[in-house]
Design a protein around this ligand. Structure first.
Ligand SMILES: [Zn+2]
Length: 484
């Protein structure tokens, strides 16, 4: 059981957040490979051994050495269209992807950062095998930013654009296998300053706000692993531990709580830990030292022209923090639903429908979130088979009162089964013409006249005859009133 009485203030809990968001560009950061990560089967696997080298600054990094001591061999899976000689470290990197740079700069501006006049590509030592070269390329695109949270200023120390690492597939007997298709996918890292005086739940909410600001560009990837959080925690000015790879944002507060409890019980060490699925953490490696960065000599610096930044500033997308507030205030969506639709791949379709049709936004948002998830889980239907304009058609019918909102799940189910058919066909075949209260009274009259029938039973029978054609609350009212 979790101790709810922890006083984080008196423990002087300090935390820092590091958020990583993959960008949805066509090409990778330093080569022309696709960022799709759609290929399932590798075309080949190559084997390597990695050796840490003293960086230009002298010392061999202790974290790097630690990984080296583990003496592993690395196996890299290669994918068609998604891997080339750059990922294999057999060819120098191409120039920095300008599409990725522009999105990263927009994110930096949305986080109120100062943008440097010149962009330098740096190398960061990474020797766990997730980069074939033994380093990760990274560029600072913004510093000294901030966001507001409950009237307070949350410092954003820096925003960097970097190459994502290869994803680990598995590790056995010192053999680690990685998928190279993720290596080089553009990734934006956002770091906060030290946050003190916030509860674990508030830290989670701050991470959420930063995440949706990054996604305001609409050029970010969706789905598991596309956004990853690291959080570092210390109490009583003690050593700082870093928990890496939190993929589920809802776990962040739990991880912070567990980490504080762990540090209260045992003497904390400066180390990097990995997040477990239940919110607990496990030791990964010592914290990396300071000598991790050195210049990338293969790529020339990029000059950032002032007019270009002024133009980006003028044309920034609406911050999703505003959009969230607008959905709640103007569209009257409850907080949870507003957040859900914001995270949905149907966001733009939702916005299009509620701005052009006279329909209740809550009904539309529900259809694109819980109704669809439910249908996918229980009925195993493939929503992706339905074209966008079919959804527009559904809400046209709802606006024109040709259907009730109860008919929506049945229609979606039908359209997924017969993608070539339209909503009109669904209405004909499913007999979903709305019923009036008079119609329902007629049906109910016969059923409640049966001797000794109980309300639940009568309601059940009526519903089985009218489901999808009238509001269930309405049916309940009618059956109740007619049983008196
Ligand atoms: Zn490539």
């Amino acid at each position: 059981m979790m101790d709810k009485k922890i006083n984080y203030g008196s423990l002087r809990m300090k935390a820092g957040l590091e958020l990583h968001q993959q960008l949805d560009t066509t090409r990778k950061l330093f080569c022309n490979c696709s960022t799709g990560m759609k290929e399932r089967l590798p075309t080949a696997t190559i084997t390597r051994k990695l050796h840490p080298v003293a960086s230009e600054l002298g010392m061999v990094d202790i974290a790097a050495q630690f990984e080296y001591l583990r003496d592993r061999s690395f196996h890299y899976q290669i994918f068609n269209n998604e891997t080339c000689l750059v990922e294999l470290d057999e060819e120098p990197p191409h120039h920095l992807n300008s599409e990725a740079l522009e999105i990263a700069l927009q994110i930096a501006l949305l986080l109120n950062c100062e943008v440097p006049n010149e962009i330098f590509v740096m190398r960061k030592t990474v020797i766990d095998g997730s980069n074939t070269s033994g380093f990760q390329r990274t560029v600072i695109v913004g510093i000294n930013g901030h966001i507001s949270y409950k009237g307070k200023r949350i410092p954003i120390t820096q925003v960097t654009l970097e190459e994502d690492a290869a994803a680990i597939v598995g590790e056995e007997n010192g053999k680690a296998t990685y998928r190279l298709n993720r290596l080089g996918v553009p990734l934006v890292e956002i770091d906060t300053g030290i946050l003190e005086g916030y509860s674990p739940m508030e830290l989670q909410d701050i991470a959420y706000q930063i995440g949706i600001l990054a996604r305001s560009t609409s050029k970010t990837k969706h789905g598991l692993g596309s956004i990853r959080q690291d959080v570092n925690v210390s109490i009583r000015n003690g050593p700082r531990t870093e928990v890496k790879g939190v993929q589920e944002l809802g776990l962040l507060s739990k991880i912070v709580e567990f980490e504080v409890q762990r540090q209260m019980k045992e003497k904390p060490k400066e180390e990097t830990r990995a997040a477990n699925l239940d919110g607990t953490t496990r030791f990964l490696r010592p914290l990396p030292g300071a000598n991790r960065m050195y210049p990338e000599t293969d790529i020339p610096p990029v000059i950032i022209v002032k007019e270009y930044i002024e133009n980006l500033k003028k044309n920034l997308p609406e911050p999703w923090t505003n959009k969230l507030e607008r959905f709640k205030a103007k569209l009257r969506l409850p907080d949870g639903l507003a957040r859900e639709i914001l995270g949905s791949e149907y966001l733009s379709l939702f916005e299009k429908i509620v701005s052009t049709k006279k329909v209740e936004p809550t009904i539309v948002a529900n259809a694109f979130t819980s109704v669809m998830k439910d249908l996918e889980r229980r009925e195993k239907i493939e929503i992706t088979r339905i074209s966008e304009y079919r959804f527009v058609e559904i809400f046209d019918c709802l606006q024109n009162k040709e259907i009730t909102k109860e008919a929506i799940p049945e229609i979606i189910k039908y359209l997924a089964a017969y993608p070539q058919n339209g909503v009109g066909d669904a209405l004909k075949e499913l007999d979903l013409k709305p019923l009036t209260t008079a119609d329902v009274r007629e049906i109910t009259k016969e059923i409640v006249s049966q001797p000794n029938i109980k309300f639940e039973k009568a309601y059940g029978i009526v519903m089985s005859k009218v489901r999808g054609k009238i509001d269930a609350q309405e049916v309940m009212k009618i059956v109740k009133s007619m049983m008196k």
